[in-house]
Design a protein around this ligand. Structure first.
Ligand SMILES: [Zn+2]
Ligand SMILES: [Zn+2]
Length: 304
């Protein structure tokens, strides 16, 4: 660490391949300016990784030692985000299995795209939308597997010459309904749209990946309690969970005390995570991250 709250390792970041606002190259630029030396992309249910990306990072003094991803899961009604790390996570059954929540979302977005076409909006093909086709015909993110509200709204905004926020209102289920012109319901109840947390943790652990619970207290205040999270963490630890993202923007003093107690009871646990960088108001590089000591210890548990 080069100072108080100034981390050189960030293992939780997002790009336009999920709900981040920046390309992987832009994220690398921003991370480099913030003094980051080790970086991992953890897009939602998809892997952002290529020789080009790793090479570009290297030119900027950053090492990307692992592929990473973040999986949306559910355990007894409570949502948990699980982070997985490995030198190679591009194993077919792993990607197919972990992409399930994304596939469910994509199916709904394809219905939305079709309904937008029905009301006269001109859109590229579904495949081209996934890849983020630009007006000049090149692709913004060739590995795209996730359709997002913002992405679709970008096309609608272009079509109708309105702002992206106004465009979202046309097909959103949460924005101002007075602008809404189409509505597509969620296709499945929430517990069927997510993978079971316990299955995802044991699956990743068995494959040899490093498995971390992201921002454990994120669901608190939305139905979950610190007490429940804490007891769930002990269940997850038995299934192979390697540790927690201890620093997150959801933390309160009470939760900090719980974390201390968890680490007292599970001394083998690792403190891994990061800024959860999205290119928005969430925390920026350097504020939250991983110490070199924790990083080296965690690297040793990863065998994939
Ligand atoms: Zn998350
Ligand atoms: Zn995240």
């Amino acid at each position: 660490m080069s100072g108080v709250n100034s981390y050189e390792i960030d293992m939780h970041t997002h790009t336009i391949n999920s709900d981040g606002r920046n390309t992987p190259y832009e994220v690398i630029d921003i991370a480099a300016k913030s003094g980051i030396k080790i970086l991992t992309f953890t897009d939602h249910s998809g892997i952002t990784h290529s020789n080009d990306i790793v090479g570009y990072a290297k030119e900027n003094g950053i090492s990307i030692p692992f592929m990473g991803l973040e999986v949306s899961t559910i355990f007894e009604g409570n949502k948990y985000h699980v982070l997985g790390y490995g030198k190679n996570l591009r194993i077919d059954d792993l990607e197919d299995y972990l992409l399930y929540p994304t596939e469910v979302k994509n199916k709904r977005f394809i219905k939305i795209i079709e309904a937008l076409r029905d009301i006269g909006i001109v859109l590229p093909s579904n495949e081209d939308i996934r890849k983020g086709i630009r007006p000049d015909g090149t692709f913004a993110h060739p590995d795209k597997w996730m359709l997002t509200r913002t992405l679709i709204a970008t096309y609608v905004a272009q079509n109708l010459n309105i702002s992206i926020n106004e465009a979202k209102g046309i097909f959103s289920d949460s924005d101002d309904p007075k602008n809404r012109r189409i509505f597509i319901e969620e296709s499945l109840p929430v517990h069927e749209r997510y993978l079971p947390t316990t299955d995802v943790i044991s699956y990743l652990a068995k494959k040899g990946a490093g498995v971390i619970l992201a921002h454990p207290w994120w669901e608190c205040g939305r139905g979950n309690t610190t007490e429940r999270v804490k007891s769930d963490i002990f269940t997850f630890a038995e299934l192979g969970l390697h540790g927690l993202e201890c620093e997150s923007y959801h933390l309160t003093q009470e939760m900090n005390n719980e974390i201390k107690d968890i680490f007292r009871q599970l001394p083998h646990f690792h403190r891994i995570g990061g800024s959860d960088f999205h290119g928005d108001r969430r925390s920026s590089f350097g504020q939250r991250g991983v110490t070199w000591e924790d990083y080296h210890a965690f690297s040793k548990v990863i065998s994939i």
